[in-house]
Design a protein around this ligand. Structure first.
Ligand code: PGA
Length: 251
């Protein structure tokens, strides 16, 4: 069985002091369990601090993006070796906000996925359609094309080491999530794109909350969540994680 995974995408929120206070409160309210893996992806400035603070805690560290090169004249960028040095194990690649505002393309997503895997960092590859594409019935076509582009040139072993996140853009931060059944169907199409995706974890993202997480996690293709707003408050995030636990192991 695929292990559940919940990733906090803090976006451009939380100073080091705020991240420190969050973790202190979170460890008070969160009951760790072996069948759910938890990752926090803070802003770059808080990565090194959290890398040290999370050592020995059942929380792993993620980055929100990276450059595909190892070093060089790329002002403002951060590379995989730099992330590894501070304890990063996951990196979000291709988030729709980066595709929309920071010139992330299918091609650069592919370069980043390849570079992350080469460095031993697990890419969390985000795909998703706009509201216009959704309304036009183009969702499956769009997300499977994004998936194929992200994985172009990779072999089965590399593909099997990825995580995917299906995030309908219209659902992100809107308070209007996709339906669990609708998301599950799209995620099934993503999984069907390559045989090597059969056991890859696919997360749902887009207004996932403590109150709806269980319904998403009950779907066969949904292995957890990529969570923005609901990951910013320790109690909400802990409740959401608890709700994603596999039903068979709830007591
Ligand atoms: P949201 O964001 O949970 O606030 O909708 C999810 C994301 O953008 O990853």
């Amino acid at each position: 069985m695929r292990r559940r995974l919940v990733v906090a995408n803090w976006k451009m929120h939380k100073t080091i002091a705020e991240a420190d206070a969050f973790v202190d409160e979170f460890v008070r309210v969160y009951h760790p369990r072996d069948d759910v893996e938890v990752v926090i992806a803070p802003a770059f400035t808080a990565l090194a601090f959290l890398g040290a603070k999370l050592r020995g805690l059942p929380i792993e560290l993620g980055a929100q993006t990276m450059h595909w090169g190892t070093h060089g004249a790329f002002t403002g960028e951060v590379s995989a070796p730099m992330l590894l040095e501070v304890g990063v194990e996951y990196v979000i690649v291709g988030h729709s906000e980066r595709r929309a505002y920071c010139d992330e393309t299918d091609h650069t997503v592919n370069l980043k996925v390849t570079a992350a895997l080469a460095a031993g960092i697990t890419p969390v590859v985000a795909v998703g359609e706009t509201s216009e594409q959704h309304a036009a019935g183009e969702t499956i076509e769009h997300v499977t094309a994004q998936t194929k582009a992200a994985l172009a040139g990779l072999d089965d072993d590399q593909i099997a080491r990825c995580v995917f996140a299906y995030e309908p853009i219209w659902a992100i931060g809107s308070g209007t999530p996709d339906t669990p059944e609708g998301a599950n169907a799209v995620m099934g199409a993503i999984r069907g794109t390559f045989p090597a995706l059969a056991d890859v974890r696919i997360l749902y993202g887009g207004s996932m909350k403590p109150g709806n997480a269980a319904a998403f996690a009950a779907q066969p293709n949904i292995d957890g969540g990529l969570v923005g707003g609901a990951s910013l408050v320790p109690e909400h995030f802990a409740d959401l994680i608890a709700a994603t636990a596999p039903a068979a192991s709830l007591h």
